[in-house]
Design a binder for this molecule. Structure first.
Ligand SMILES: [Zn+2]
Length: 499
């Protein structure tokens, strides 16, 4: 590749031509489409829905808005637009609005070009510096967004439309020749929306009563909660008219997509020297919590349940398992389904509750969601499996006392008398010869699954016992036989967990 021009003269002699930013983004997208490149890498589950609409908006050179609930990768998509910019563009060095050396906007740069001519050095701005992002809040001012002027200086200079020497630039002018992203657009005061619109439409804006001319070249992109955006009066109509495309985002539609996102985002590779092995059913349960929450009428649909819920939950689940492995000197970190309960701190803050949910309390709602999630995953995996012998052991008075710090070997020892349990554990992936932490995790999953199906009971202190409605009753003939065989109740079983 030829070295980049370093002076205005070299730039003029080169083939380089600046294009309006939306044209530049379009050109690069066209090239990527022709080359069959993957667009928006890292965005999962939008291939058939959001991405085609996004591509069309860019091909149309639209300003656009992403409408979606929290945790739907809206900001990530917008940041991904940076990949569609040229690697670098020429600018007048030091210019705050990144003026094009060939046709500068600001008075200072125009004066410089006139004075220095072809000898003027130029600089190159990398694309990462051409993306400006702002979270809209009601207290954002015109000064923040567009800029401010010193009224005394302005009066002294006898300011007119084209004199911007006295201006302190805000975020939008600093995004000139780049992308300006405003998150949560409806939170922006109407006055600021008018300012944005004026600058888009007319290329000028009034600041403290002084008209300022700014012919900016910016791609404007926005995000909003769909209900806020469509609510009457939240967005001024002329601005809405200037937004070429409205694109709806969504939560993952399948558990597989959701798991792929969480796998990509969660911090799972710990450097504690221990091997981390996350059973598939633990991942599924973590994911299913979000699905359950999004469908739960006690959880506020309007604010949504972010994909960050399963991501942070998985991280805490692994940490709880890591803690257990460290204190018990186990070499492999294998999360258990019960570790999910230790992740409540990452769940309760990730949703808003409806009135009915408030009454029940966030922590109880979270526990209900976990239990439903375990039930859903367990039922899917153990459909048609024979769990009777395990349930009968509890019905006959067997109890277990486990905690989330119980070493794997203890879990296995405590449950070795439960007929059929190891077959069920094998079905969950604990094949014969598997390391103890894997077997213990599978056993834990079976117990939690039976608890979720209400076949056995479990106290908050994790004592497992017969289901509340299964005793007292007359023993079946099979149970009488078993009793004749003097079934051993495990040692250390705590009677207080009997039902
Ligand atoms: Zn300039």
């Amino acid at each position: 590749m030829a070295p980049l021009p370093q002076t205005l003269g070299e730039l003029r002699a080169s083939k380089f031509r600046s294009r309006p930013v939306k044209q530049e983004i379009r050109d690069n997208l066209v090239r990527k489409l022709q080359a069959g490149e993957r667009l928006f890498p890292g965005i999962i589950g939008y291939d058939e829905t959001v991405i085609p609409q996004l591509v069309n908006a860019v091909l149309s050179r639209h300003n656009f808005i992403l409408l979606g609930l929290r945790g739907q990768a809206k900001s990530r998509i917008l940041r991904g637009l940076v990949d569609l910019l040229d690697p670098q563009i020429p600018i007048v060095p030091g210019c705050e609005i990144h003026d094009d050396p060939r046709k500068p906007l600001c008075g200072a740069c125009r004066a410089r070009v006139a004075k220095e001519g072809d000898a003027m050095p130029i600089a190159w701005l990398p694309r990462e510096s051409r993306y400006v992002e702002k979270l809209a809040t009601p207290d954002v001012t015109i000064a923040d967004m567009v800029g401010d002027i010193d009224p005394i200086k302005a009066a002294e200079a006898g300011l007119n439309l084209s004199d911007e020497l006295t201006m302190h630039y805000g975020l939008l002018p600093r995004a000139n020749r780049g992308i300006f992203a405003v998150n949560e657009l409806p939170d922006l005061a109407g006055k600021i929306q008018v300012g944005l619109f004026n600058i888009l439409q007319e290329g000028d804006v009034q600041i403290k009563g002084y008209p300022i001319r700014l012919q900016l070249d910016v791609m404007l992109v926005f995000t909003a909660n769909p209900e806020d955006y469509t609510a009457r009066g939240k967005i001024i109509t002329p601005l809405k008219d200037r937004i070429g495309s409205e694109i709806r985002t969504h939560y993952p539609t399948t558990r597989q997509h959701a798991m792929a996102i969480t796998t990509q985002e969660a911090w799972t590779e710990r450097a504690s020297g221990l091997e981390v092995e996350i059973p598939g059913y633990v991942r599924e349960v973590v994911e299913e919590i979000a699905f359950q929450a999004r469908a739960d009428r006690k959880v506020d649909k309007r604010s949504g349940v972010s994909q960050r819920l399963p991501i942070t939950t998985l991280e805490l689940v692994i940490s709880n398992a890591e803690r257990r492995a460290l204190v018990n000197s186990e070499a492999v970190v294998v999360p258990r389904v019960t570790d999910v309960y230790a992740a409540l701190p990452s769940i309760t803050g990730k949703f808003e509750l409806e009135y009915e949910g408030e009454l029940r309390g966030a922590e109880n709602i979270a526990k209900d969601l976990i239990r439903s999630a375990v039930g859903s995953v367990f039922t899917g995996m153990f459909d048609g499996a024979d769990t009777r012998t395990v349930v009968e052991w509890f019905d006959l008075g067997g109890t277990l006392q486990l905690s989330d710090t119980t070493p794997a070997a203890d879990v296995i020892a405590q449950t070795c008398a439960l007929q059929g349990l190891s077959d069920l554990a094998a079905r969950a992936g604990a094949i014969p010869g598997a390391p103890a932490p894997i077997v213990a995790s599978a056993i834990d999953f079976v117990l939690e699954g039976l608890h979720a199906q209400k076949k056995i009971s479990r106290s908050d202190e994790r004592g497992y016992a017969a289901a509340a409605d299964s005793a007292p009753r007359r023993p079946t003939r099979r149970e009488e036989q078993l009793m004749d065989e003097e079934l051993q109740i495990p040692k250390g079983a705590k009677k207080k967990y009997y039902n």
